[in-house]
Design a protein around this ligand. Structure first.
Ligand code: AP5
Length: 208
């Protein structure tokens, strides 16, 4: 099954997609992770993307669409995939529909208050990328990843100014996708305001 997890920054797309990928044995494809990897490796794509990402703005469509077209042609996508953070504009959705078919779009929602709380207390492992939350998904030892022992850091776009911008960008550019996919009969709404376990169970039910 080809699944899209759609929702605002901090709703828990990455956290749920990671578990769902293991459960359904299909890859979790996050444009945010792919772009951050490019930034870390200082590729030409990463150099271009960095400024947009740090400010909480979308990376230009052409860059992201090309990157995704290439990724989705890989062998591991043959039995399905979970898209996290893509598409994010109507243009991205239209362009990718020329090469792949989406089966289900899970629309996850919660209040801005919940999102800001999650983003401002998120910590990410600098090596394996595992995502923690200082209250809800706490590392055993402060600042250190349980999985690989590396240091945790705060994403640059999780600073208050960038969070505000990302929420605005989501409302203006990504939210119209809800209607776009609703009109195609692909949307399943899910409440994302519960605990990580509750949210995951609802998402699993939505794609089952
Ligand atoms: P991206 O990395 O995709 O960021 P995002 O969509 O803003 O989403 P987040 O990763 O911030 O949140 P999430 O929903 O995955 O939540 P998470 O699971 O981490 O994109 C970053 C940037 O890259 C963009 O701003 C843009 O510049 C660029 N970009 C990416 N894709 C693009 C595209 N298609 N086009 C153009 N530009 C693009 O959870 C958040 C926190 O909450 C964590 O701490 C987690 O532990 C915790 N948590 C999760 N679930 C729960 C729960 N149920 N209860 C309590 N805490 C929870």
């Amino acid at each position: 099954m080809n699944i899209v997890l759609l929702g605002p920054p901090g709703i828990g797309k990455g956290t749920a997609a990671n578990k769902l990928s293991k459960k359904l044995a299909i890859p979790h494809i996050s444009t945010g992770d792919m772009l951050r990897e490019n930034v870390a490796q200082k590729t030409s794509l990463g150099v271009e993307a960095k400024n947009y990402m740090n400010k909480g703005l979308l990376v230009p469509d052409e860059v992201v669409i090309e990157m995704m077209k290439e990724r989705l042609q890989k062998d591991d996508c043959k039995n399905g995939f979970i898209l996290d953070g893509f598409p994010r504009t109507i243009n991205q959705a239209e362009k990718i529909s020329e090469v792949i078919k989406i089966d289900k779009v899970v629309n996850i929602q919660a209040s801005d208050e919940v999102l800001i709380d999650r983003l401002s207390k998120r910590k990410v492992c600098s090596k394996c990328g595992f995502v923690y939350h200082l209250v809800y998904i706490k590392p055993k030892k402060e600042g250190i990843c349980d999985k690989c022992g590396s240091e945790l850091y705060q994403r640059k776009d999780d600073e208050p100014k960038a969070i505000k911008e990302r929420l605005k960008v989501y409302r203006n550019e990504t939210e119209p996708l809800i209607k776009y996919y609703k009109d195609k009969g692909l949307i399943v709404d899910v409440d994302g305001s519960g605990t990580p376990e509750e949210e995951f169970e609802l998402i699993l039910k939505a794609v089952s």
